[in-house]
Design a protein around this ligand. Structure first.
Ligand SMILES: C[S@@+](CC[C@H](N)C(=O)[O-])C[C@H]1O[C@@H](n2cnc3c(N)ncnc32)[C@H](O)[C@@H]1O
Length: 281
């Protein structure tokens, strides 16, 4: 191992054009993250044979090689997440939203729930467990599939593999019911098929127009917009609005706020509800 590893050099101009590229295409604001860029990318660039950022960026921008792009996204997105994160959200979903959606969808028995920026899968699988707990005992077959999307291929690969070390606060009963212990690695579990099969993973860039088949009843987009600047955030909130059913719910994280908007009203901490007739902004 190279104990004397130094980050590769990035010039001001190259830093600016990489920041601009990421911002324009993915919404992520890295303008104050020079150190993060060099520390997260240097090792991989070096092992690919690049001597500095300039050589890599020349290649990235001229060839638009999907592999380079994937590397940049894998390294420059922050994928930190865990099961049952901000648990009050799931309690609110279970106690308030699901009973309401059950009534509203009594005829079609189809719910549409989206984990936007799902990272390595803990959030959509947590949703899938709550849905199973709630609808598992209901008569008739409910379609409660959760759409889960992200732009990091690395995070999505981990999500699809569904192998985790569940946290200590995972209820023992859920661990028994919804996780299969590894035969070889103690402490490691695979999410059970009933929970796994209820999540559909897709690569999706939140900067793109939202054109999924159904309008959403619930969108979780937690700890994603914190990386975006205000105008990117506002535009995404508008696209979410247009992609939601009347009165649908939008969850963000407790450390975020939608700010002043006619589109949504706050109904619980970090939980918003779609307004019916906002002024066009
Ligand atoms: C910190 S994780 C949040 C995971 C989960 N929602 C949670 O709250 O625990 C943020 C995720 O947003 C994703 N992300 C960032 N920009 C995105 C974009 N433009 N389109 C889709 N996903 C994006 C990142 O790849 C990352 O996995």
């Amino acid at each position: 191992m190279d104990m004397m590893f130094h980050d590769l050099n990035i010039s001001d101009a190259d830093f600016q054009r990489l920041v601009k590229f990421i911002h324009n295409n993915y919404g992520i604001d890295l303008s104050k993250k020079r150190q993060l860029i060099t520390s997260r990318l240097s090792h991989s660039l070096k092992s690919k044979g690049y001597k500095d950022f300039n050589a890599f960026l020349e290649h990235l921008f001229s060839k638009k090689d999907p592999e380079d792009l994937e590397l940049v996204l894998n390294k420059l997105t922050t994928n930190y997440t865990y099961f049952l994160r901000e648990k009050e959200h799931f309690t609110f979903l279970e106690k308030t939203i699901l009973p309401e959606l059950e009534q509203r969808h009594m005829r079609d028995k189809v719910l549409s729930i989206w984990s936007a920026g799902c990272s390595s899968g803990e959030e959509p699988y947590t949703l899938s467990i709550y849905l199973k707990e709630y609808f598992g005992s209901r008569p008739g077959s409910w379609d409660t599939r959760v759409l889960a999307t992200d732009i990091s291929q690395q995070a999505m690969a981990k999500a699809k593999a569904a192998i985790y070390q569940p946290p200590v606060d995972m209820p023992a009963e859920w661990l028994r019911r919804y996780f299969v212990p590894s035969k070889t690695n103690p402490g490691e579990y695979t999410v059970a098929p009933a929970i796994r099969n209820n999540v559909i993973f897709r690569t999706f860039n939140l900067m793109e127009p939202i054109q999924f088949r159904l309008k959403f009843d619930v969108i979780f987009c937690r700890n994603v917009m914190i990386y975006f600047d205000q105008s990117t955030r506002d535009a995404l909130i508008r696209r979410f609005y247009d992609a939601m059913n009347p009165n649908a719910y939008l969850f963000i994280s407790h450390s975020e706020s939608l700010g002043q908007t006619p589109l949504f009203r706050l109904v619980a901490p970090a939980v918003y509800r779609k307004n019916s007739a906002p002024a066009r902004s």
